[in-house]
Each structure stands twice: as C-alpha cells, then as structure tokens.
Write a protein that binds this ligand. Sequence first.
Ligand SMILES: Cc1cc2nc3c(=O)[nH]c(=O)nc-3n(C[C@H](O)[C@H](O)[C@H](O)COP(=O)(O)OP(=O)(O)OC[C@H]3O[C@@H](n4cnc5c(N)ncnc54)[C@H](O)[C@@H]3O)c2cc1C
Length: 418
Amino acid sequence: MRAHTLIIGGGVMGLSIAAHVAERLDPLSEPLVLLERRRLGAGSSGRSGAILRAFYSSRELIGMARDSLREYAAFQTRWGRAVGFTRCGVLTLAGSPQQIELARRNFAAMRECGVEAELVDARAMRSLARGLEVGEHACGVWEPAGGFVDPQRTLEAFASLARSRGATIRESAEVVRIQCDGARIVRVSCDDEEYEVERVVFAAGPWSQRVLGLCGVQLPLRVVRPEQHFVRTPKDVRRDSSPGAPTVELDELDARFGVRREPPAEHPVLLDLELGYYTRCEPALERTRVGALDYERDAVLDHPDALDEHVGHEFRRWARERLVTRLPRYADEPDHGAQAAWYTLTPDAQALIGPCPGLDNAFVACGFSGHGFKLAPSIGAGVAQMLSGEPVGAFDPQFFAPTRFGASPAAWSGAFGL
Ligand SMILES: Cc1cc2nc3c(=O)[nH]c(=O)nc-3n(C[C@H](O)[C@H](O)[C@H](O)COP(=O)(O)OP(=O)(O)OC[C@H]3O[C@@H](n4cnc5c(N)ncnc54)[C@H](O)[C@@H]3O)c2cc1C
C-alpha cells in the first residue's frame, strides 16, 4: 500500500491533523492514512476533561485557545458533526497574593488577545457558581465563553470530517516497524499491512517515545499518571437564571437548522488555584470530575502500558474534600467512580510540534502536557500549513520547536502552562 501522508495515533491530535491535512490532498494521488493501534480515544484523549479555557500566561497559548474555542463552538453548525460543546463558562479562582497577581496578569494578556474575560470579586464569583464558598480576599477570572466538549464525540467528529475528505482511518492497526533509508522513512508496517510512505506524522501521545524509538529518535518526553475522582452531580440544582449565570444559548442559525444543543452543566468549570484542583460537570454521565492542577502527585511511568487503573483512597479523599469545601452542596452526593490516565510531559510543559529531529520526512506532534485538547483545532490547522510548506499562522513554530531544549533540557517544570 502507499500512503502519501501517514499519521500514527488516533487521539485528538492525530485526528485533527488528519482532518486538516486531508482537505489539502487529492485522495487518489495523495492518500492519507491514519493508523491507531487500538480504537480512537484509547489514549489520553478518551479520558480527557476537554475543558476549553484561555487562562494562560503565554500569549501564544491564549491566542490558540481563543481560535480553537471558536472552532469547537462552530463545529456542529459548520460541519454538521456534534462535539458536545457546552458553554458553561470557566471561572479561575485565585487566593494567595501570588495567585492574584498571576490572575491579574493573565487577565490583562487575555484581554489584549481579544478574549472575553472579566476580573471578578468574591461576591460576583458566588453569583456565577451558586453555593460557592469563597473568602472575601479572593479574586477570579471569568471566561463566559469557555466550557468544554465531549472528548469521544470530538474524536468521532474529527474522524468523520477526515474520512469525508478522503482519509483512511484504521483502528486495531499498531505500527510495529519503521524502515529508513538514510534520514528518510520509507516504510511503516503494522502486523497485517505495509505502507510505502512519503511523509509521517508521529502523534502517538504517551507512546510517542516508544514509536519514535522504532527509527532511533529520542525526544525529551516523560509519561506521568494523573488521577481523577468523580462525584454524582447534584440533581436538585435548578437552572440559575441570574445575570451572568451559565447558559446554553440557541443562536438564530442553530434554531433555524434545528441543531442539537447539549444539556447544560450545573455550574461553570472551576480552576481553583487556591485549593489546587479543577472541576467540571459531565452532564451526559451525571457526574462531576475533580483533578489536580499540577503534576506533583503523579507517578512517572516507565511504560504507558503499565498504567495501574486503580485509584487509591487517599486521592479520592483529597479530591472530594476540596470539592465539598468549595461547593458544599456536593456533601450529600455519592462518589461516582475514579480514573487514572496519562499525561505526556516535556521539560517546559509545552508540546513538541514540527519537523522530527534526525529525519527528513517526519513531523512530531506530542508532549501536550495535560492541556492539549483545547488547542487541537489550532494544532491541526498549523501542522497542515507546515506540511504543505505554507507560512504557519495557526501557531508559532518556534514556541513548539522539538529542538528547543538542545542537548541538555532544563529542569522539568510547569503546570498545564498556567
Ligand atoms: C485526565 C486528563 C484530563 C485532561 N484534561 C484536559 C482538559 O481539560 N483540557 C485540555 O485542553 N486538555 C486536557 N487534557 C490533555 C489532553 O487530553 C491531551 O493533551 C490530548 O488528549 C493529547 O492527545 P494526543 O492525540 O496527543 O494523545 P492520545 O490521545 O494519547 O493519542 C495517541 C494515540 O496513539 C495511539 N498509538 C500509540 N502507539 C501507537 C502505534 N504504535 N501505532 C498506532 N497508534 C498508536 C494510542 O493508542 C492513542 O490512541 C487532559 C488529559 C488527561 C489525561
């Protein structure tokens, strides 16, 4: 078989890249093939919180989050495929003087980048998230346009868009061998098929190091194991109709074409810098997710397949206590499961995107460090521009350059690039 462009990995990055690249290729003379070793979403993407916020310190990321949010919000209207977009707003809560300083700086940068955001005091925060317990000293950044998508439906939507543009997406197709001729990859093999390739994109998430190792490439990547805890979402909460409350709007165009909207979330997404956790409702599953806002408690995994799925009592108690402290109405709700997953980190907690060091016809898009889902539309658009030799406008290639660490990377740091 021949693949003009072969993408390894069926997570949100591989699929967004496939959808964007396929648009530029002729399916007959330039076939695009995506190989996924298990099923779409078998890696980090399928377990993601998929929260869409622009609260970042870096203007580069703020711009990408802004553009990607627009893409997600318009996806169903534009492409007729639902991604489960829910605009419930995102509230980032800061408590200590340093956090308040960070919140003010990020807020100013967000506004400069054209992101709709407000700096809010404790009183305003209480009205945005009913029942929120917060001290008078705290301040917050409110993003009314933020929210989340449904990760699995987003993957299906990207896959369906890519297929409609002529891409072939194969599941249960693990890349097990890569053959090079000098610095060029010439052949990529699964157990049952061999592909003569012109170019390859590595988007294998936590398995990236292993797959890159098949052609002798080493990049500064580390896989860690975050945990999430789930609590049942309170059922007695009614829709809050106060000004600024989370809403799901039916705009005129949606109403005209009968586009389906998601059930509303019970409260905004909360990034709680003071207590070190984030939470978001998952309306379809009637549960609320709680995860940590840094990587400090996450075990380093030597091999992503060695993921221990059991989440211990200590983390569950930690998560529940934080949620109930901030939103006491969860106190009466039972636990609703827990989950372990993978983050693929780089030393500065930003992804590696661009030409693969040491290879002439390969690109990498990996190391999204626990905050990539929201950026996937921009990543797909930018990698497509890169591959077709156009100026890259969707992101700054220097910011993500895989070679930026040189021979000896600095200390590993960062928390979701906040
Ligand atoms: C618990 C959790 C919560 C998160 N919350 C958020 C959030 O709220 N907002 C946000 O923006 N981001 C969030 N993220 C981060 C985001 O989900 C990731 O950055 C993103 O999903 C990474 O996607 P990916 O395509 O690079 O990797 P993956 O989704 O891991 O995809 C890689 C794929 O490659 C496949 N693969 C591996 N080896 C091979 C092979 N040899 N052959 C073929 N296929 C192979 C795997 O099976 C896998 O499906 C979260 C992540 C996690 C884990």
